[in-house]
Design a protein around this ligand. Structure first.
Ligand code: KG4
Ligand code: ZN
Length: 360
């Protein structure tokens, strides 16, 4: 039985994975560029493309070795075609085309958001669970906050999306502002339980038009105003200094340089983001009669969001991927490619990398 080699390079992770038809992940290699972009407080597109070029050959080789697979074992090569940074996408997609040309393998282009959704399907399959359709799919990451209704196959209906910042981007910007470095989500999530969310009043978005759209820029601005109205330079400088000495501080080290008022702000910020996300999921679940909720993308790692989604407030079960399948990886790309492989849906070499490729 053949395997699919998946390749993902849409943002700042170079990833390759080999996945079998039954969903078994034979290998999954992710080379992160965090150390390259961390000091800039966000992803620098030119640096990302260059790092992908450096990493793509060793990462694919490692994925094939870990899977004990040879080229002859592959049925197809799948690569992310968009959305993402075009220079980054081009590296993975072009490399995939190269393998396909030399090894005479079919090419399958995958939408990155469909990959995130399939990360959850993959996990559920492996644990013998059935995700009942129609399902709501919330993809919340550094680049996207999209809510879809998925009725099966490739039928996705876009119910709402962010009008400004993505949820993960809001985490990253707030963390940068407060001196917590990049990416912001994991640190703020770790610190949030140490603050009192009720002690700081942050606004929920007021939306006109589609009530299932998201907005996070007002929240970000409210945090900025809060910071500007206080003397925070010394504590922010202390955190930046901590990061300079140690790129991955522990919880205890962060707590030493973060006063209670700032912890309260972080807790309030997290509470609002979780509420903004779940409020819409809840409303959409009621309006559509969805039978399951899928929550994926980097923000799906968020402990507060997971807890709230499992607290019984949603009218149907919520599924999250395991944390290493929540952030960008290639197993999800290969998993999303399998149904296309079964249907014989292949792409030719004219397939382009598309920064704004839409799923619905
Ligand atoms: O899916 P992903 O790896 O890449 C994109 O496609 O963007 O998501 C990365 C994003 C970053 O913005 C990061 O801050 C956020 O996911 N993130 C989190 C958490 N872990 C990662 N946000 C909130 N809480 C977390 N625990
Ligand atoms: Zn992603």
């Amino acid at each position: 039985m053949p395997f699919i080699l998946g390749i993902e390079t849409s943002c700042d992770e170079t990833a390759a994975a080999v996945v079998a038809r039954d969903g078994e992940v034979l290998s999954s290699v992710v080379a992160s560029q965090l150390d390259v972009h961390g000091r800039y407080g966000g992803v620098v597109p030119e640096l990302a493309s260059r790092e992908h070029l450096r990493a793509i050959v060793p990462v694919v080789r490692q994925a094939m070795q870990d899977a004990h697979a040879s080229w002859a074992d592959l049925g197809a090569v799948a690569a992310t075609a968009g959305p993402g940074l075009v220079g980054s996408l081009l590296v993975g997609l072009t490399f995939a085309k190269g393998i396909c040309a030399v090894r005479r393998l079919p090419l399958i282009g995958v939408n990155h958001l469909e990959g995130h959704i399939h990360a959850v399907v993959l996990d559920a399959r492996r644990s013998g669970e059935e995700i009942e359709l129609p399902a709501l799919a919330l993809v919340a990451s550094g680049g996207h906050t999209h809510l879809f209704l998925w009725t099966g196959g490739e039928k996705y209906q876009l119910l709402g999306r962010t009008r400004d910042d993505a949820a993960g981007e809001a985490y990253d910007k707030v963390a940068k502002l407060l001196g917590f470095g990049y990416p912001g989500g994991p640190v703020l999530d770790m610190l949030a339980p140490h603050g009192d969310p009720e002690a700081v009043d942050l606004p929920m978005a007021r939306m006109k038009g589609n009530p299932l759209d998201f907005s996070f820029s007002g929240l970000k601005t409210a945090v900025l105003r809060w910071v500007q109205s206080r003397e925070m330079e010394t504590e922010i400088a202390a955190r930046r200094e901590l990061l300079r000495r140690n790129p991955r501080p522990t919880l205890e080290q962060w707590l030493e340089v973060t006063p209670q008022t700032t912890l309260n702000l972080v807790a309030a910020f997290q509470q609002v983001v979780v509420e903004e996300l779940l409020k819409r999921v809840e409303r959409a679940a009621e309006e559509t009669g969805a039978r399951s909720v899928i929550i994926s993308g980097g923000v799906a790692c968020n402990a507060g969001l997971r807890r709230a989604a499992h607290s019984g407030r949603l009218p149907c079960p919520a599924y999250f991927p395991t944390p290493h399948l929540s952030t960008d990886n290639a197993a999800m790309i290969a998993a999303a490619a399998w149904p296309k492989f079964e249907r014989g849906e292949f792409d030719d070499f004219s397939l382009k990398a598309q920064a704004n490729l839409a799923l619905a």
